[in-house]
Design a protein around this ligand. Structure first.
Ligand code: GLC
Length: 432
């Protein structure tokens, strides 16, 4: 049975919908060409041509404790690491292949140390595992394989047996789920069924899923196995949904947007399209305001460090989250009766009954919130960054000819200058 039961899925995802913010890490041989993790596909690079990276892979500055500290400081509560990406290279010492870190000049199991370091900082552990494998001899050539256009190669390799490859995946997934302790998330990537593609029949997704559930009953699994209804969460990628995601019956579903700093997932030296910290922080707020999570990606370099631009942005998150994480953790979309004022974004903590008004555009003195829900329920307002009171009064008598809002509107009066934080937040205490 592919479909999960709603109750089981809910209990698996409780920590996740509380924590809201995680770090994606894309790290593999592609950090050496340093021009996108799909470089093999884009430039049609053969196994032989790609070998030069394997022979020289040696991230000598790798210090996963540093990574874990940066993630934690930024407010991230879990991480997801590419144990194997589409290139097929494995970060751990798999006994089913020699295409792994321990056989490169680096000689180390890179995964083990990472899992230990992140756990020590209190982060939960997620494994990304690519369903595609452009290096494996049993992986049939298809429309996105690097050698898709090489007719002679296709002909020569046409006997590749996807069943053997599916078994290889089950063996590797068994290793990943038995040798590293409790794993919280398994992130399979990805299916492209149809002509010259691959889907659940190729991966033997049902079998794979059963195996995962047997080995780690509480693990969360994403939705990319091409088995409708099997995922614990949806994974919008490189776009922000316009509103919270729903299933066919209109019930909200658990979701996590995965986003990059600059476009590429793997380390990309020359990419200059890095997002500003403000946009990134706003993206996290946007996710939570729609009851979603954000998985924000870092692509470490071939020497094993986070790119300086990633470090700069993580530091901005750290600064902001230190004072504002209350508007993120344990928060979700605000109840519909609280209509979000213009230029703002609202989140809500149902446990503490507090609303968080994120001010994205600094207004001229007042913000007016329309509706009885505000006037009848808000008791107190303060800035989150410094705990200073925000006056809950609107216009002076003499200004009221130009009323800000209707009768049932609550105005707050803000200081002339925007506080010295990237996104200021007003915490609104609701009556219990
Ligand atoms: C895409 C890409 C991949 C990346 C993933 C992250 O599916 O294939 O390179 O790992 O998105 O969501």
């Amino acid at each position: 049975m592919a479909a999960k039961t709603a109750a089981a899925s809910k209990s698996r995802t409780t920590w996740f919908t509380n924590d809201r913010f995680g770090m994606f890490i894309h790290w593999g041989l592609y950090s050496m060409p340093a021009r996108h993790e799909w470089v093999r596909n884009r430039e049609r690079i053969t196994n032989e041509q790609y070998e030069k990276y394997f022979e020289r892979f040696n991230p000598d500055l790798y210090d996963p404790k540093e990574w874990a500290k940066m993630a934690k400081a930024a407010g991230m509560k879990y991480f997801v690491i590419t144990t194997k990406h589409h290139e097929g290279f494995c970060l751990w010492d798999s006994k089913y292949t020699d295409y792994k870190a321990t056989k490169t000049p680096c000689r180390k199991d890179l995964l083990k140390a990472m899992v230990d370091a992140f756990r020590a900082e209190g982060l939960k552990v997620g494994f990304y595992y690519s369903l595609l494998d452009w290096h494996h001899p049993d992986f049939p050539i298809d429309k996105i394989h690097p050698q898709r256009d090489d007719k002679a190669f296709r002909e020569k390799e046409k006997k590749r047996d996807v069943r053997k490859y599916a078994e290889y995946m089950r063996n590797q997934v068994t290793e990943l789920l038995t040798k590293f302790g409790k794993i919280d998330i398994l992130w399979f990537d990805f299916s492209y069924p149809g002509e010259d593609g691959k889907g659940h029949k190729d991966w033997e997704s049902e079998k794979l899923l059963k195996l995962v559930r047997k080995l780690q009953p509480d693990i969360m699994i994403d939705n990319r196995l091409d088995l409708p209804g099997s995922g614990d969460f949806e994974t919008p990628e490189q776009f922000q949904p316009a509103e919270g995601l729903k299933d066919k019956e209109g019930n909200p579903v658990v979701w996590e947007a995965c986003q990059t700093f600059s476009g590429s997932w793997g380390y990309h030296r020359d990419e200059m399209s890095w997002r500003e910290p403000e946009e990134l922080i706003t993206t996290l707020i946007d996710c939570v305001s729609k009851s979603g999570n954000l998985l924000l990606n870092v692509g470490p370099t071939a020497r094993g460090e986070f790119d300086y631009r990633a470090q700069e942005r993580l530091a901005k998150f750290a600064e902001w989250m230190k004072r504002h994480d209350r508007s993120i953790y344990g928060c979700q979309q605000a109840p519909a009766e609280f209509k979000c004022p213009k230029g703002c974004s609202l989140t809500y903590n149902p446990e503490t009954r507090r609303l968080y008004l994120h001010i994205l555009v600094w207004p001229y003195k007042h913000i007016t919130m329309e509706g009885k829900a505000f006037t009848s329920q808000v008791e107190y307002a303060q800035f989150l960054h410094d705990g200073s009171e925000v006056a809950m009064k609107g216009l002076e008598e003499w200004q009221s000819a130009h009323k800000l809002g209707g009768e049932n509107s609550l105005s707050i009066t803000l200081p002339q200058m925007k506080p010295n934080v990237i996104v200021p937040v007003v915490e609104l205490f609701l009556k219990k």
